[in-house]
Design a protein around this ligand. Structure first.
Ligand code: NDP
Ligand code: DGY
Length: 328
């Protein structure tokens, strides 16, 4: 009798591009959470049980309870993101579970979105579109300062986290003819900063000097809520805050107050707390706050490449080969 070889079992927490998943399915017994919404906690705990690998999305928290539910056979987790804040990495290390992520392949897409948010908030695009649709264009246009926006050329751009994405944002905005690029982070990064002439500043000094504060750092316990009332008070009243990092870096009540009171000029957010942001959230009542639904890496080519990378990492982890893009 022919022996049946063991096919490793993989749980995929949300649907992903078909070509990548089909390839994974050739090597594994794959279970995909097909529903439109992310799995509930119960569905997740049930879905991971007995799995050798997990293909997870950044909206899925992978903590002790999930790892316990999966069981000791779990070998590898591939996240469909570069951000790792949803995974208990220390515990994975402790349990010798390999973890991969998708650095680099989404840098361009996310930087393009950050630039889009800079332009859209500076030019007050959402308010402009609404004015046209509501038919108030004719009456108000005579006012020379109606819907007056901000110029990007000549401005000071401050990048919080000059990593892959932060640098790609700075490089693209430099083409507008900025007065200065400044950045902050845990330490100066001359290898990235020098070619674009960016100056390292303390967090507080960057807030004081910048016309645009763009957040592109990774987020962990050390920088949660660093954008709080005190931080917004240090920013210029005309300044624009753009966040493509994680919602957790912002105290959203403080952001609401800062936008409402004119402490800062406007905000463009790709990331919020929670996600999805409920339609009743006070931020959505503000004309100077533009929110998009975490679309930084959402281009067709990028999403396909990310999926292929997750699959390659999972297969490597299952076969005992080194991961292509390990998280640690
Ligand atoms: P990198 O690791 O290349 O860059 C992260 C940067 O954040 C590094 O420069 C790092 O500095 C800096 N950093 C870490 N901690 C702090 C801190 N406490 N204060 C200031 N800076 C800090 O990652 P990527 O550029 O590839 O991605 C960055 C983040 O962007 C991801 O972690 C994710 O959260 C988010 N992201 C969002 C997307 C979206 O769809 N909106 C898409 C992709 C990513 P150091 O080098 O000193 O560690
Ligand atoms: C990431 O990669 O961290 C994004 O948030 C999702 O693509």
């Amino acid at each position: 009798m022919a022996s049946t070889s063991y096919l490793p079992r993989v749980f995929v927490t949300r649907s992903a591009p078909a070509a990548g998943l089909a390839r994974l399915g050739q090597h594994c017994h794959m279970t995909v959470h097909e529903k439109e919404n992310a799995p509930t906690r119960e569905e997740l705990l049930q879905g991971v049980r007995g799995m050798d690998a997990l293909f997870v999305h950044p909206s899925t928290r992978i903590d002790k309870e999930v790892l316990d539910a999966a069981g000791p056979q779990l070998k590898v987790i591939g996240t469909y993101s570069v951000g790792l804040d949803h995974i208990d990495l220390d515990l994975c290390k402790e349990r010798s579970i390999k973890v991969s992520h998708t650095p680099g392949v989404l840098t361009t897409a996310t930087a393009e979105l950050a630039v889009t948010l800079v332009l859209a908030t500076a030019k007050r695009l959402e308010e402009c579109i609404r004015a046209v649709k509501e038919g108030v264009w004719g009456t108000r246009w005579e006012n020379a300062l109606w819907l007056v926006g901000k110029q990007i050329s000549g401005s000071v751009v401050g990048i919080v986290g000059l990593g892959r994405i932060g640098l790609a944002i700075a490089e693209r905005l430099a083409a507008f003819g900025l007065s200065k690029i400044v950045y902050t982070g845990r330490a100066p990064k001359p290898e990235s900063a020098d070619p674009i002439g960016a100056e390292f500043l303390s967090f507080d000094e960057l807030l004081k000097q910048s016309d645009f504060v763009i957040v592109s750092c990774s987020v962990d316990e050390s920088n949660k809520n660093i954008f709080n009332t005190g931080a917004f008070k240090k920013m210029k009243p005309s300044s624009i805050f753009v966040n493509v990092s994680r919602g957790a870096i912002v105290d959203q009540k403080a952001l609401y107050e800062a936008l409402k009171s004119g402490q800062i000029g406007a905000a463009g957010l790709d990331v919020t707390t929670p996600e999805p942001l409920p339609p009743s959230d006070p931020l959505l009542t503000l004309p100077n706050c533009l929110v998009v639904p975490h679309i930084g890496s959402l281009t067709d080519s990028t999403r396909n490449i990310m999926c292929e990378l997750v699959v390659d990492n999972i297969l490597a982890g299952l076969e005992g080969r080194p991961l292509l893009s390990p998280a640690f």
